[in-house]
Design a protein around this ligand. Sequence first.
Ligand SMILES: Nc1ncnc2c1ncn2[C@@H]1O[C@H](COP(=O)(O)OP(=O)(O)O)[C@@H](O)[C@H]1O
Ligand SMILES: [Mg+2]
Length: 232
Amino acid sequence: MAQLELRDVHTAYGRSQVLFGVSFAVEPGECVALIGRNGVGKTTTIRSIAGLVAPRRGEVEWLGENIAGRPSHRIAKLGIGYVPEERRIFPELTVWENLDIARRETPGGWNENRVFELFPDLEPIQTRLGGVLSGGQQQMLTIARSLMGNPRLLLLDEPSEGLAPRVVESLRDQVQRLKDAGLSIVLAEQNLSFVLSLSDRCHIMEKGEIKHSGSTEELREHPEILERYLTV
Ligand SMILES: Nc1ncnc2c1ncn2[C@@H]1O[C@H](COP(=O)(O)OP(=O)(O)O)[C@@H](O)[C@H]1O
Ligand SMILES: [Mg+2]
């Protein structure tokens, strides 16, 4: 049994339907990528898993149970961490306070010490306010905050967006370490070198549907598949 499995998920915002039958699975410890141009439905797929928008049809099965349509705080408690595209940290809280409010004590779980080990740049700026952080620091804090809730799966929406190449490089290593630690990851990304170096499997989306699914290895060997869906 897969850890997470979407089956025929249809999602709409009001009368505008965005997802038309999205299906894919994530095995424990796997990094699965959603790729595709702007507006194809990557974020909506992630939001459908996180409970921020309820699918109209289809199933989101987590550890064998259908969680589609449950509220987001419930889904978070079940072990699904969501790192949104817009990096929603609290600007008036310090770095430490941003971490502290997300704390969910679990024996052997995440705490600020482990977080600072993974993101050493955050440690010296613990007392700084969230609102004055650089883009890279905000992204790391958003991921760190999600880790404080001890997720088993992380939903990462465009983590490298808008970051300097050097910052993207450290972020890549940090996400790799999370993967090495056994966390499952669903990664929506436009940065292909980032995605191809981290993921095990890729799903290419177009107009709210998955048009191609395959191993990352296949995509590395056949870049023409990517070109077919990603060039304008
Ligand atoms: N809250 C919303 N209300 C209405 N339409 C939306 C909303 N969010 C996204 N959309 C539309 O859904 C489509 C898919 O968007 P999105 O899932 O954000 O794609 P991606 O993440 O691949 O760029 C786009 O056409 C977008 O305009
Ligand atoms: Mg998006």
